[in-house]
Design a protein. Structure first.
Ligand code: ARG
Length: 722
């Protein structure tokens, strides 16, 4: 799942269910309520009890699953010493950050031979879910009678009260999440561990095999796994990093089955899906396909091309930029696929049909009549600004120095305000230090300058001239060139030549003696304040955007309330919202391009795709040797090693790294991707096409054991052969 832009300090950046399904492949279910699905799960082959999945009085499978870093990925505990499996692309940033041309673990792979070799990852943490509580009655009571304008404040008040109460006298933290657009509220209590260390990863030629070409595609041949470990204090409690910490003794860890998978087997994915928008109306689909998605793709393309050019110049630059590159490339391709498949699968038409049905049902129900017309009007008012708005996050805020300068503003002001509070000062300094380090880690002068100028030229062409704020018109007037691109290039030259808040080294000097006065007139600092998203939006959009947001929130709330009513006799699941969910279904093939797609892939096919020295399809010698010698250990099947398989589970970004669990509660794979034919899945689940792509745990273990000689790690695992 894509990580959010890191903007802290005082600024905030801002199908429906067919119910009684024969098979519930669709659906991201709330673990606490999974009992309601239990009969159906059993019918599909599940052998354990609902309490084995979620129980707050004794260890259950939920206790073996963590969300990583606040939700960007999922990981699972696989040993009694806190060992974690997740995806390679989830560990990518940690792996790249520990790589240098001299010790290049990203390219060569790495398996720690002892605890001492495990690499601390500052800033990385995991959360265990302690319990869920339904707090709908309390929240609804607190919101009763509130106007739309008051809702936000009232919700914050009651949430704080409930959260404070629930974690009083504990080291837990909690949050309230809204479901069905404010029609239900659940409280989640978590336990956070912040000493998490990198234990191992295959060479990226295995972990990212197929690169962007194969990304979001099936059949797939990627060994998308990496290994971490949770550490605790000597008392087993969460503790900040210390050399004295010890591997966590978890409440629960997953056993591993190497028996293999076949079509129709029960399969379940348990993890943290980030966000879906399954109730988006046809208006929203239209806006995405016709206006905003193509802009996102175009702007990401600018960044990717500029970075790639530099990455091709040296290993050092490649290692430095590869994590950011992969993150942006992943969703670049996502938006291409989403747009294509929304059109191809006629999701707009499908939604229109559902909306027409809804309108019929709503006739004579005063609360809901006119709902679809109201949506139509809200979108019509908003549409003239939609492209411009997309340009804020994906364009104006995309050059690294902009967010850096916004954080400098917030951070330095916070330091000044808190100057008498030593603890606060230390904490702000450390956060700001981390932001500067991250920025430095992705900084590349040539690429950054080019990206800035090209994005702005694109902005100038795509955003209606009447909406251009004065400071942008001024740039083009004052830095005259024969094209807007030339003007913005000249302006970029000026910024880089005269600013002290762009180059990481300059910023570090500034931080020796941080003062807003010292940078108040710095051109990059001034520019960034001009594009501060809140101030910018207020200035150029007035209340257009906030009005749309408020109206859409009101309509969404009503629409979902109505759908809950309409489907009262059926099981409904809420959109993903970064809370823990269970998706259950089966290992299942599908028809791709008129032919049956395989349900599994294998090592022979990996080797068939091998292209020596290629960016995407190279392979390590160890793999080629083991393949030739047929050293498959206990992981082989039919004279090869299984690599990936597919299920019909319902997942999205954030689920990456989630355990794929069989009927007996054993780990059989790690979920890591979706397939091209169903890229519209976050907006509409397509039963025929939507599949979850999983790396077979036997490939993971083969890579660790046979290629990586990580016997120490293998011996920690509870491997079931039958
Ligand atoms: N599409 C995958 C996901 O979003 C990420 C795959 C990472 N690999 C890559 N080639 N970028 O979970």
């Amino acid at each position: 799942m894509e990580k959010r832009i890191r903007l802290i300090f005082a600024m905030t950046l801002t199908l429906l269910l067919t119910g009684n399904l024969v098979k519930a492949d669709e659906g991201m279910w709330i673990p606490m309520l999974i009992g309601k699905n239990y009969d159906q799960m059993k019918k599909q082959g599940f052998k354990l009890t609902a309490e084995d999945l979620y129980n707050i009085n004794k260890a259950s499978i939920k206790d073996a699953i963590v969300s990583m870093g606040g939700g960007f990925c999922t990981a699972e505990v696989v040993s009694s010493h806190g060992l974690l499996f997740t995806n390679h692309h989830c560990g990518y940033e940690s792996i790249a950050a520990n790589s240098t041309p001299q010790n290049d673990i990203l390219d060569n792979g790495f398996y720690a031979k002892s605890y001492a070799e495990e690499k601390p990852i500052p800033g990385l943490f995991v959360d265990f879910l302690v319990r869920i509580e339904d707090v709908t009655p309390q929240v609804t009571a607190a919101l009763a009678g509130a106007s739309d304008a008051e809702r936000g404040t009232k919700l914050a008040q009651i949430s704080k009260q409930l959260v404070d109460n629930s974690v009083k006298d504990t080291h837990y933290h909690a949050a309230i999440s809204s479901f069905f657009k404010g029609n239900q509220y659940f409280l989640y209590v978590y336990e956070k561990y912040s000493d998490v260390r990198l234990v191992g990863a295959p060479p990226q030629s295995i972990g990212k095999f197929g690169g962007d070409t194969d990304n979001w595609e099936w059949p797939r041949h990627t060994g998308d796994f990496s290994i971490f470990r949770i550490y605790s204090g000597k008392d087993g409690q969460p503790a900040e990093y210390s050399a004295d910490n010890v591997p966590l003794t978890p409440k629960k860890f997953l056993p591993i089955s190497i028996k293999g998978v076949k079509n129709g087997d029960f399969a379940m994915v348990y993890g943290y899906p980030g966000r879906t928008d399954r109730f988006l109306t046809s208006n929203g689909v239209h806006l995405a396909t016709e206006e905003t998605n193509p802009i996102i793709v175009k702007l990401r393309d600018i960044r990717l091309r500029a970075w790639k050019e530099e990455m091709n110049k040296s290993t050092e630059t490649r290692l430095k930029l590869s994590s950011k590159y992969a993150e942006i490339a992943n969703y670049w391709k996502y938006y291409i696929g989403q747009t294509d498949q929304l059109k191809h699968l006629k999701i707009y038409e499908q939604k229109q049909g559902e909306e027409a049905d809804f309108t019929k049902w709503a006739a004579g129900k005063p609360e809901y009549t006119g709902l679809m017309d109201a949506y139509k009007k809200a979108y019509a008012d908003y549409e003239p600004y939609a492209i411009h708005r997309t340009y804020i996050n994906e364009g104006l805020l995309a050059p690294g120095f902009v967010i850096m300068n916004l954080n400098l503003n917030g951070g330095i002001r916070a330091l000044q305000q808190m100057k008498d509070n030593a603890d606060a000062v230390a904490s702000i300094k450390s956060q700001l230090g981390k932001i500067i380090d991250d920025y430095a880690g992705n900084y590349n002068e040539t690429a950054d300058k080019k990206i800035f100028a090209q994005i702005m030229a694109s902005y100038y062409a795509d955003v209606p001239a009447a909406q251009h704020p004065q400071f942008i018109t001024d740039i083009v007037t004052n830095y005259k060139g024969s094209t807007p691109l030339e003007s913005f290039t000249k302006y970029a030259d000026y910024l880089w030549a005269s600013s002290k808040t762009i180059r990481p080294a300059d910023i570090k000097v500034l931080m020796d003696n941080p003062s807003i006065d010292a940078i108040a007139n710095d051109p990059a600092f001034v520019y960034a304040q001009n594009v501060n998203p809140q101030a910018y939006s207020r200035k150029v959009f007035g209340t257009k955007i906030t009005d749309f947001e408020a109206e859409k929130a009101r309509l969404d709330h009503l629409y979902q309330k109505a759908l809950l009513e309409k489907n009262a006799d059926k099981l409904m699941y809420p959109d993903a919202n970064s809370t823990m969910r269970i998706s259950y279904g089966n290992v299942q093939d599908y028809i791709k391009d008129g032919k049956k797609a395989p349900i599994t892939t294998n090592l022979n096919e990996v080797v068939k795709k091998y292209k020596p020295k290629d960016d995407e399809f190279d392979l390590p010698q160890s793999l080629l040797d083991a393949y030739k010698a047929k050293t498959f250990g206990q992981y082989g099947e039919n004279g090869t090693v299984p690599v990936c398989f597919i299920t019909n589970n319902d997942i999205t970004g954030g689920n990456s790294g989630s355990p794929v669990i069989n009927a007996n509660g054993e780990l059989i794979g790690l979920a890591f991707d979706g397939n091209w034919e169903a890229m519209s899945g976050d907006i509409a689940f397509d039963k025929k096409y939507k599949r979850t792509i999983c790396v077979d745990v036997r490939y993971v273990l083969w890579c660790i054991d046979v290629l990586g000689h990580g016997n120490n790690l293998i011996s920690e695992l509870d491997i079931h052969k039958n």
